[in-house]
Design a protein around this ligand. Structure first.
Ligand code: CDP
Length: 253
């Protein structure tokens, strides 16, 4: 891994130059952060599990025609992706009230929403990813009107698909965050789903017990993070022998 040229290091992932122009390698770390890095930690094996869960989901989204950056998984912690220009807007879709929505509006956590709610945040660590309105996105040119329409429309399709996929394995998809990028192809600019989809960026509740199976275990000091992530992977039919202790051994290289 050290041979590769690093392009960017984020909180949970590193991007390296890819083997071909227009490609990147996305490397999944075990680092965990919450509340914009105010809480940090290491969850041994998280990178391996998230790489596999994200691969599974992006492949399924490709199959239903959602344009995205995923090309192929290369190793336990790496995937090859298309290089895109990231749109600095996080798109959050919610089905059940939780987290900042509950705090902000005083809606009890666990209250089902009458329709999926799409929210947008400006991607800025310095500003703590503030909630913004569609008009901010257009006023400040973070995306144009058709990109905003693409992002919203794709986010709702992803929500429909993932809600059903998770319901099929006894999990409620409470909410999740998506990121999108621009791909320049000749005259055309295409909006692609980018980043990752994993329990780091979703709220997942067991349907029977209500148990949290996502990063809230880390945020709220509940413990058992990796067992929960591995259980999500197991129910999805990936990493069938996911023994969390074995995964941490898949280090760099
Ligand atoms: O996660 P938190 O309570 O800070 O914020 P939220 O607005 O309630 O988050 C909604 C969903 O988006 C949760 O599933 C978060 O895990 C995810 N999210 C994320 O992955 N990254 C962010 N910067 C913000 C939210």
């Amino acid at each position: 891994m050290n041979r590769r040229n690093m392009v960017y290091e984020g909180k949970a992932k590193i991007l390296y130059e890819g083997p071909e122009p227009g490609t990147l390698i996305q490397y999944f770390k075990d680092d965990a952060t919450a509340f914009n890095k105010k809480k940090t930690g290491t969850l041994s094996g998280k990178g391996v599990i998230n790489n596999h869960i994200s691969e599974h989901i992006f492949k399924a989204l490709t199959d239903i025609g959602i344009p995205n950056h995923f090309i192929e998984r290369m190793s336990m912690r790496e995937q090859l992706i298309k290089a895109v220009e990231i749109i600095p807007v996080e798109v959050i879709v919610r089905n059940i009230a939780a987290g900042t929505l509950s705090k902000r509006l005083g809606i009890e956590e666990g209250t089902p929403l009458p329709r999926p709610l799409v929210e947008y945040c400006f991607k800025s660590d310095e500003l703590d990813d503030p909630l913004i309105a569609e008009d901010h996105i257009l006023t400040f040119g973070w995306a144009n009107d058709w990109e905003l329409e693409d992002m919203t429309h794709l986010a709702l399709r992803v929500n429909d698909f993932l809600s059903g996929m998770f319901a099929g394995i006894g999990i409620k998809l409470v909410d999740f965050k998506l990121e999108f990028g621009r791909l320049y192809e000749g005259e055309e600019v295409i909006t692609l789903l980018a980043d990752e989809i994993s329990p780091d960026g979703c709220r997942l509740w067991d349907m029977e017990t209500g148990e949290k199976m996502d990063k809230d275990r880390f945020r709220r000091d509940l413990g058992g993070e990796m067992e929960a992530y591995a259980e999500v992977a197991r129910r999805l039919g990936i990493l069938p022998s996911a023994d969390v202790k074995d995964l941490s051994s898949h280090r760099k290289g």
